[in-house]
Design a protein around this ligand. Structure first.
Ligand code: MRU
Length: 331
């Protein structure tokens, strides 16, 4: 992705390998500060995933792959490194997919990790090409959380069709859900759309229903795990957007590479939902909200049943939920 660093324009991914280290954009500092973190130990890679320095399902997978390469380089136990990396975040299937993929290619782990990360970017470009056909000139598109370059090593899933459409001369208007509690929409998606010059506005999560009734032509979101029947886990709040979209006849698309599709699970009951710390809900920045000692609940994801999903935008084309089981089977 194109960024401004030290007064210069640079093209960098969300995470990469350089001089025997893993480098990553620290996503907890954006949009205020563009800081690159350098990691030389797989334990710190695990921490970076857990603390959401890197986040978004495909980026989590690629970072874990690099973590395994570091463990190998440092002569650590691969079995223990896998166990640690796998324990970081339970919902994103890409994490499990990437580690499995790596374990099959441990003759050259560093090259394998680099290949894994770059393959995601290629898949995202294809997602963009297929999905751009859905974006009409002048249409208003809603997105939730951040499924852009930061979440996918580069280019994005939900944001990829918007990038390609925009580069091809179309002018979509994007409404960006702020995405409480961690504000990935307001902080990260808005930053990416600004860098790309795509017109957009941040809305509070509660405003999406209002605009789905009146202005929104299309919804595109990413996913963290998709079951064989097409049920899809994504950032908390996605489910209600899908229900309101259907109620108002607005097409609702999920954009994801095949590494997010879990061939081992039949449907939503089998998708583990990460519960994060209460403090993410009870604080806005440094300010504590709510009375002292009040409890909070903080599920990081929810699941949208397949019946609310118009289609999946994948690197293999656009598919209906009923086609997902067959698609996963062919992988
Ligand atoms: O908790 P996060 O920020 O890792 O959640 C990210 C999302 O929910 C994204 O929408 C999803 O990973 C798709 S990223 C292409």
């Amino acid at each position: 992705m194109k960024v401004r660093m030290g007064g210069k324009s640079r093209d960098i991914p969300a995470v990469w390998w350089e001089d025997g280290k893993v480098l990553a954009i620290d996503q907890t500092r954006l949009p205020g500060t563009l800081r690159i973190t350098k990691i030389s130990d797989h334990r710190d890679v695990a921490l970076a995933i857990k603390k959401m320095v890197v986040r978004g399902a495909p980026t989590i997978g690629a970072t874990a792959a690099y973590g395994l390469a570091l463990a190998w380089k440092n002569g650590e136990s691969i079995r223990r490194a896998v166990k640690l990396l796998i324990s970081t975040r339970p919902t994103a299937y890409d994490l499990f997919f990437a580690l499995d993929w790596m374990l099959d290619r441990m003759e050259e782990p560093i090259e394998s990790a680099i290949e894994y990360a770059s393959s995601i970017t290629g898949q995202c470009r294809k997602i963009g090409e297929y999905g751009a056909k859905l974006v009409r000139n002048g249409s208003t598109v809603l997105t939730h959380c951040n499924a852009g370059a930061l979440a996918t090593v580069d280019f994005g899933t939900a944001l990829a069709p918007l990038r390609i459409a925009h580069r091809g001369g179309k002018s979509p208007m994007v409404l960006v859900d702020e995405t409480r509690p961690r504000l990935q929409g307001a902080k990260l998606t808005s930053w990416e759309l600004m860098n790309e010059g795509i017109e957009h506005a941040i809305i509070v999560d509660n405003a999406a229903g209002h605009y789905l009734k009146s202005e929104i032509d299309l919804v595109i979101v990413g996913a963290d795990r998709i079951a064989k029947n097409g049920d899809a886990a994504n950032k908390i709040g996605t489910y209600e957007k899908a229900v309101v979209a259907k109620e108002n006849g607005v097409p609702f698309y999920v954009a994801a590479p095949m590494s997010t599709f879990d061939p081992n699970i039949a449907g939503e009951r089998d998708i583990p939902i990460e519960e994060r710390d209460q403090s993410e809900v009870l604080r806005i920045g440094r300010e504590r909200i709510g009375p002292p000692r009040v409890a909070a609940r903080n599920p990081a994801f929810d699941i949208t049943p397949a019946r609310y999903i118009t289609g999946f935008i994948t690197e293999k084309g656009i598919r209906k939920p009923s086609e997902i089981a067959g698609l996963i089977g062919k992988r």
